[in-house]
Design a binder for this molecule. Structure first.
Ligand code: GN1
Ligand code: MG
Length: 342
């Protein structure tokens, strides 16, 4: 990161303090302070996000809409440079500057049902504020990101090309994963029959993408790169995937994976406190399905990456993606069992 970037925004590098920030795995992030003013500076990972311009254009459209329709709503969109640009290219990298929301903090794991409620409320609020916005104006910043049909195809393709060791190591998980294929049938029906509407969806609803205030109330959502047209099942489903179990996808001790039923209620109450009047009856019927949809898709993605030789997700040990897939398949099994027991 060079001084050119700060000067493009009218900041004097000699007056600024720049520190690495956050726990994101995809973009590089810094906290920039200049006296009482604070900002977030990010370089966008263009291996994953091929068109940083599409992200900037989307966020500008949404920002303009929200400023007009919901002036009090906090939407941390990128700031313009002195010459009115929303991206700065330096040494082949794309940078952007965002406002730092004062007196806010993030959390990394859900420890209480109140946190799950607050986060779900913020993601619901986000889609509610944008309910009147025509989602088809947005560009797909990651095309087919949550296209389950395609994820199944990629999985089957990987089975065809995987080396024999990888294939053998994953035999059991492949069989378990395949046993849930009816989840894909429901998805196909949703797409083909246009059962539920395309909305403005966040697509990355983990708890660390919510800002909390000092009283631990939600303020707003952040990490807006994957905001694009989608189905509400992506947002509610990823909350189910990441808020229910006290152990996350990295946990290797599978005994620690279980479903905290009170957090399901908290997700439903929080999300519906905003989206209750907006969701259609067909969407409401898919509330539990959303958990199965996202957990199974994530299991397939980890398993596919294992079969492909670990080319997408960073891994820290041999078999890491297989372990993540096992974890997610067990979470899915427990989720389905919980649903049957309710
Ligand atoms: C990736 O790196 P992170 O946590 O923002 C992935 C998500 C997965 C998640 C699983 C662009 O997100 O879809 O759910 O890993 N993001 C992308 O940990 O692939
Ligand atoms: Mg993210």
């Amino acid at each position: 990161m060079t001084d050119n970037i700060l000067t493009a925004y009218g900041l004097d590098p000699a007056q600024c303090r720049v520190d690495a920030f956050g726990s994101g795995l995809i973009n590089d992030t810094w906290n920039v302070t200049n006296g009482a003013d604070a900002y977030i500076l990010q370089s966008i990972n263009t291996n994953i996000f091929k068109s940083p311009r599409a992200i900037a254009d989307n966020l500008n459209l949404l920002d303009a809409y929200l400023k007009q329709q919901h002036p009090g709503y906090i939407f941390p969109a990128p700031l313009p440079t002195l010459s009115g640009e929303y991206l700065v290219v330096d040494d082949g990298k794309h940078y952007r500057l965002l406002p730092f929301v004062k007196n806010s903090h993030t959390i990394d794991v859900v420890t209480t049902a109140d946190q799950a409620y607050e986060a779900a409320k913020q993601f619901g609020r986000f889609s509610k504020m944008l309910n009147g916005f025509d989602a088809s104006q947005l560009q797909y910043t990651l095309p087919d990101f949550h296209n389950l049909d395609l994820r199944v195809q990629q999985f089957e393709q990987a089975l065809g090309t995987a080396d024999s060791n990888r294939l053998r190591s994953a035999e059991k998980e492949v069989a378990v994963a395949r046993s849930y294929s009816s989840i894909a049938d429901t998805y196909r029906d949703i797409v083909n029959n246009k059962t539920i509407p395309l909305r403005v969806i966040h697509h990355d609803t983990k708890i660390s993408n919510v800002l909390f205030d000092n009283a631990d109330k939600g303020i707003c959502v952040i990490d807006l790169d994957t905001v694009m047209p989608g189905y509400f099942i992506s947002d509610v489903g990823d909350m189910m995937r990441t808020y229910l179990s006290p152990a996350n996808e990295e946990e290797q001790d599978l005994d620690k994976i279980n479903i905290r039923v009170e957090n399901i209620r908290a997700i439903a109450d929080g999300y519906l406190s905003e989206m209750g009047d907006v969701l259609t009856p067909a969407e409401r019927e898919l509330f539990f399905y959303s958990g199965k949809f996202m957990i199974w898709m994530q299991a397939l993605r980890f398993l596919t990456d294992h079969l492909n030789g670990d080319i997408y997700y960073h891994t820290k040990y041999p078999g890491h993606n297989l372990a993540r897939a096992q974890n997610q398949l067990l979470l899915l099994e427990r989720f389905v069992a919980m649903e049957k027991g309710l």
